[in-house]
Design a protein around this ligand. Structure first.
Ligand code: LLP
Length: 423
């Protein structure tokens, strides 16, 4: 459920008419709902707390999904932690008020500098993804006389997710280490005074709508936990990653947080571990929309109609990159027989197509539309391609709203560039 609803034919974000926001801030603009973020967090929190083995489990929001400081601060105030994959994300999480002991540092290629930064920040846990990384972390920690708590990320050879490009747990994927190697690595780490292995981690993919691959991966982690304990090693935490899918359209079927919690609790029953989860999309996707204005409608002699928007693939890349589906809705409800539109942006490539043959009520130049489900992997993946300014972001809370990232001016966009001295 979200808080973007029509009232008297006008689409609102909570109590704020989106047309007013578009007028005040300009388009395109991302708009996030505090009530929806809060609701999504609470639904997951309650689902986990209702199951004894998961009661109090850490929810560490995957910052990569939406790293806006106000979004992170909204979640931090609810008690949410952060799953981070770079020094920049750790800095953002800290700045947004996430306590260091709720920050997990994941990622396939953390630099020595980033590892050192994570150690000095005192993050809760570093997820180690390879033997080479363990060696580098031990060296960095030794130089600081530290012994950070680590988890070994297992690649369970179970890939899942909404698209091949977002599947991470498969055998050929770059993430984590296979089970047998993970056990050897855990034993090796346990012998070092400069790391403290506390657990195992996995994340098998994103936009997973069926629980069975997740269950298989979690069972494997539970099995490895028992084996390691049998060798006298201590395993107290399991980081179960993110990946639970969301409905991108009204009728879509996805496993619910309640089913997810029930399945996970079943797998962890009696294991006596502290669980952590790293949801990104689940909390943020349907808490955001991208508002855009129709520049013009281009009609072809063959009857094809292009709805040319002022938002483009550089603002919301998911359709171009993953063939992702985002629902498009008019901001002012329009009457009339639906018309099929090819919905495109102004960027100079055919990939800049959001949807083909999408049925919408008849629209006119100047009308506003929204892309729903744009709160995760939307603004964070935007770029200045075609020298288009990054889209601003607005956070709504009831009848209040604030620009939480401003649209840069053209002068600001160019400020970081210098003319080479010989020009
Ligand atoms: N934990 C780790 C280690 C991850 O790599 C990810 C996402 C998550 C948690 C959060 O996954 P989520 O709960 O959001 O599914 N840009 C793509 C999605 C990439 C996901 C990458 N990893 C998209 O727009 O679909």
């Amino acid at each position: 459920m979200d808080h973007f609803d029509y009232r008297d034919g006008a689409l609102h974000a909570e109590d704020v008419p989106l047309a007013d926001l578009a007028e005040a801030v300009g388009t395109p603009v991302y708009v996030y709902s505090t009530a929806t973020l809060t609701r999504h967090y609470r639904v997951l929190r309650q689902a986990l707390d209702a199951r004894a083995p998961l009661n109090g489990a850490l929810i560490a929001f995957a910052v990569k999904a939406n790293s806006n400081l106000s979004v992170l601060a909204t979640l931090a105030k609810l008690g949410c932690g952060a799953d981070t994959v770079s020094e920049g994300e750790i800095r953002r999480a800290l700045k947004a008020g996430v306590p260091a002991d709720r920050i997990i540092f994941s990622g396939v290629g953390k630099t020595d500098r980033e590892l050192a930064f994570a150690l000095s920040a005192g993050v809760r846990q570093i997820n180690v993804e390879s033997p080479a990384e363990l060696d580098r972390l031990i060296a960095v920690a030794a130089s600081k006389s530290a012994s950070p708590e680590i988890a070994i990320r297992v690649n369970p050879r179970i890939g899942a997710g909404g698209h091949a490009k977002i599947t991470t747990g498969g055998e050929g994927d770059k993430f984590g280490v296979p089970a047998d190697e993970a056990m050897a690595l855990y034993a090796r780490a346990s012998a070092s005074p400069h790391v403290t292995p506390v657990g195992l981690a996995c994340h098998i993919g994103s936009q997973i709508t069926d629980l069975s691959p997740l269950e298989a991966a979690f069972r494997l982690l539970a099995e490895i936990t028992r084996t390691l304990r049998g060798q006298g090693l201590s395993v107290t935490r399991l980081d179960l990653g993110g990946g639970l899918g969301v409905p991108y359209s009204g009728g879509a079927e996805t496993a619910s947080p309640t089913d997810y919690a029930a399945m996970t609790a079943r797998v962890l029953e009696g294991l006596d571990v502290e669980a952590a989860f790293e949801p990104g999309r689940l909390l943020a996707a349907n808490a955001g929309v991208l508002v855009s204005r129709v520049i013009q409608i281009t009609e072809r002699a063959d009857g094809r109609r292009f709805l040319v928007l002022d938002a483009a693939m550089n603002d919301l890349v998911r359709p171009a990159m993953y063939d992702a589906f985002h629902e498009v809705k008019p901001v002012v409800a329009r009457a009339g027989e639906p018309v099929a539109y090819d919905i495109v942006g102004p960027v100079c490539e055919t990939g800049d197509t959001f949807a083909r043959g999408r049925a919408l009520p008849p629209l006119e130049a100047g009308d506003l539309v929204v892309f729903t489900g744009a709160g995760a992997y939307g603004a964070v993946m935007s770029s200045e391609y075609n020298t288009r300014p990054l889209v601003p972001e607005v956070l709504v809370d009831g009848a209040d709203w604030a620009v939480v990232r401003a649209r840069p001016s053209y002068d600001e966009m160019l400020a970081g560039e210098a003319m080479a001295g010989w020009l």
